[in-house]
Write a protein that binds this ligand. Sequence first.
Ligand code: PLP
Length: 364
Amino acid sequence: MTMRKPTAERPLLLIPGPTEVAPEVAAAATRAMIGHRGPEISELLQRTLPRVGRMLGFSSSVYPLGCSATGAMEGAVRNAAPGPFLHLVCGAFSRRWSEIRAACGLPGDDLEVEWGQAILPDQVEEALQGGSYAAVTLVHNETSTGVMNPLEQIAEVVRRNGNPLLFVDTVSSMAAVEMKLDEWDVDVCLAGVQKAWALPPGLTLCAVSERARRASETAPGKGFYFDWQVHEKSLLKWQTPSTPPISLLHQLDEALDRIDQEGSGARYRRHRDMQARVMEWASGRFEPFAQEGYRSMTVSALRSGSADLANLLSRMRARGYVVGNGYGKTKGEVFRIGHMGEWTLPALDAALSAMDEELSKASG
Ligand code: PLP
């Protein structure tokens, strides 16, 4: 894999998604259009979705939803009505689950930790012992803070404490970190494809366990577009209830081939190596925002300290790199480097050297 050279006109995205799309994947969007009720779409779905399931260590259904991840989150909440829900909140996207639930008029509680901290299994255990919940929501990789929560250990605690459904947003970790959803007994795992899958946005992959789907049979007011019963009925015929984002499915097909060529183990290693490289570079320059031991493999959040962040970001953009600002309340104090999807160590090194040059110009 090699990345193209950055230019000011066509900068490389060093933000935590959307991210660079490989030329082969971009080209797959121009494959001949196919009808959404003919045999070709069934072949495409049958070729791609089971491969996604295998990558996730998941043997139930994976629904290809024509929406961004937020839509799939709302769908999951509606399918688990009437609740109540327990939301594990450690940043802006884990808070979103709670906001969606409140907007749907359903009951729930938040277990909230300070931004930059991880959700720890003992905290989850205590919260579960204090209430009775239909579903727990978690963001595996909190993109706003650069924290990667201990999913496997949290799942184990959830199973031992009332056994509610476990809904996990893996938007910025799926396809970058190994998942063993059956083994960990995760009920819902969803991700938009514009992060580590490195596709254009518009498709969300939503893995739903049989247990979660059965529980949704009686959910009141769950609507139609996201109803898992409706999706399952279509998937049994290798179809979707409404017109899917066909070009994105072609691109997913191509992306899966690329992942096979690289090997999923090598892909996960590459993400670990990139994270280690950014942390090594940051040491002595910038303090990591996320708690040690729980730092993300795909997005490194760093405190900008005495650096003039707005100036640094605009100089980097002029050199062909879009670096992420902080998100929400950390904007202006934290910056985020997204190292996912197509990024490689040599391309990342070049970006970090450019950043060093800009930092020394600013201090000189
Ligand atoms: N969850 C996480 C962890 C995210 O990083 C994002 C977006 O960055 C979302 C949810 C929302 O995704 P979308 O904007 O595709 O709906």
